[in-house]
Design a protein around this ligand. Structure first.
Ligand SMILES: NC(=O)C1=CN([C@@H]2O[C@H](COP(=O)(O)OP(=O)(O)OC[C@H]3O[C@@H](n4cnc5c(N)ncnc54)[C@H](O)[C@@H]3O)[C@@H](O)[C@H]2O)C=CC1
Ligand SMILES: N[C@@H](CC=O)C(=O)O
Ligand code: NA
Length: 430
């Protein structure tokens, strides 16, 4: 048997502790599958005294994770701290500069510095694994880089944030309030250190930027992702979506057209009978559309200790077996400069909900604003009759550009009878 793979772990929180548990539970299985034993030889975290359910007494402890990353008795460094800059970046850069393989679950780091880190890894002839960074336990990186390697990818999209999907599912199923459900997702270890990254769509955008680079062979370009989160989604909109035959999902979607890529993250209404509408709770799903293979959907847990650690361990197995694949499928130096395009010209149907004073003429004024922007209404719904009182009015439109809908909504919002900013959710046909 080849000599053991010496592992240093920086970060022993949800994912770090989960990784230790798998190595402890499946040490023999991993060795049999890779022809090498996995030895955790060093660890670093903020709190040395915390019980992580695994005996670490024989493992070297580093107060400074960067020193761990430079240690000569480590072959692979697991960066499981988090954050796009600061200590996590320093750990990864130090490990690569010292000729060590790196496995990270850190999508923020890769979304901001992925191209540069991929170059550093390839220059040092080491492996940079990040399966855990996108869709947790779903082997989506392996699938795109290897299994679908013979296809040009037309579109890649999915439910990329477990916390948001958990919140939207629980709100729909139990009618509970947004903040109560968010606290539950945090307690389960799903949410980011700063949960606004989850609910504002930033985490999904980090993951989408990584998928885009891999799928389309371009540099990672987080700045050109258009991002909206789920904070504004109310129980009322979830109930109307149900009634209209839709589910609300936060999707990340990247599509290439004429050499440019549109990357967008926003809440979508998707028809209830589509597979993605039925992906619930902390589960993620990723769909890749290849020119020869057609549509592939992978579904699984996108967050949490076990599923995320499962992906970390899979990357270590690739390293143990000597894989030398480029980070983003083609050598980092050959990735095309990213050519992002904006949402302005993007065409879709829309759900619009207004809260209006119930009086004659309001609907006619709203219809006129839509007509002036050449937006055709598909349906309109107003329940009950309460003269002079606030009532919800729901409109669905036929396909129109973002520019047109934004102008119409601006005009509608300014109307005296419209009592609060209109809520708009794009209807996505998948
Ligand atoms: N929790 C999840 O479900 C998932 C998390 N991730 C990513 O995995 C990474 C880790 O996330 P979690 O385990 O959830 O975070 P966590 O907050 O549970 O754990 C972070 C760990 O890093 C340690 N740490 C913080 N600063 C440090 C420093 N200066 N030196 C050494 N150690 C330090 C902390 O002591 C803690 O052990 C993040 O990049 C996160 O985005 C990715 C997929 C899923
Ligand atoms: N906070 C993230 C964790 C996994 O990446 C999520 O909720 O999906
Ligand atoms: Na994954």
């Amino acid at each position: 048997m080849t000599k053991p793979l010496r592992i240093g772990i920086a970060g022993l929180g949800t994912v770090g502790a989960g990784t230790l548990s798998i190595i402890e539970a499946h040490g023999k299985l991993l060795a049999a599958r890779c022809g090498r034993e996995f030895h955790v030889t060093a660890v670093s975290a903020r709190d040395r005294t915390r019980d992580r359910g695994v005996d670490l007494s024989a493992v070297r402890w580093f107060d400074n994770a960067v020193e761990l990353a430079a240690d000569s008795e480590i072959d692979v460094v697991l960066e499981l701290i988090g954050g796009s800059d600061g200590i996590a970046k320093e750990v990864v850069e130090t490990a690569l500069a010292n000729g060590k393989h790196v496995v990270t679950a850190n999508k923020a780091l890769l979304a901001h510095h992925g191209t540069q880190l991929a170059r550093a890894a390839e220059d040092a002839r080491v492996y940079l694994g990040y399966e855990a960074a996108v869709a947790g336990g779903i082997p989506v990186i392996k699938s795109l880089r290897e299994g679908l390697g013979g296809n040009a990818i037309d579109r890649v999209y999915g439910i990329l944030n477990g916390t948001c999907n958990y919140i939207l599912t629980a709100m729909r199923e139990s009618g509970r309030d947004f903040s109560e459900v968010l606290e539950e997702a945090q307690a389960l270890g799903y949410a980011e250190a700063d949960p606004s990254f989850d609910v504002d769509g930033v985490d999904a955008a980090h993951k989408l930027a990584i998928l885009t680079a891999l799928a389309f062979g371009c540099e990672v370009d987080f700045d050109s992702v258009s991002v909206e989160g789920i904070r504004e989604i109310s129980a009322l909109d979830i109930a109307y979506a149900e009634e209209l035959g839709y589910r609300i999902k936060l999707l990340g979607i990247a599509q290439q057209s004429e050499g440019a890529v549109l990357q967008r993250v926003h809440p979508c209404m998707v028809a209830k009978e589509t597979p993605i509408a039925n992906v619930e709770g902390v589960f993620n799903a990723v769909v890749a559309e290849g020119d020869f293979v057609g549509r592939i959907l992978s579904e699984g847990a996108g967050a949490g200790a076990g599923p995320t650690a499962s992906a970390v361990v899979a990357d270590m197995m690739d390293i143990a077996r000597g894989s030398t694949l480029p980070t983003f499928a083609i050598p980092a130096a050959q990735l095309a400069p990213s050519k992002g395009t904006s949402m302005a010209a993007h065409v879709s149907s829309h759900y619009v909900r207004l809260m209006v004073t119930d009086r004659p003429g309001v609907i006619a004024d709203v219809a006129a604003a839509l007509r002036d922007e050449e937006i055709s209404m598909e349906a309109m719904l107003q329940r009950g009759h309460a003269p002079g009182e606030p009532v919800p009015v729901v409109i669905t439109t036929h396909a129109t550009t973002q520019q047109h809908i934004a102008s119409a909504l601006q005009r509608i919002e300014a109307m005296e009878a419209v009592l609060e900013p209109p809520r708009m959710i794009r209807i996505e046909s998948l």
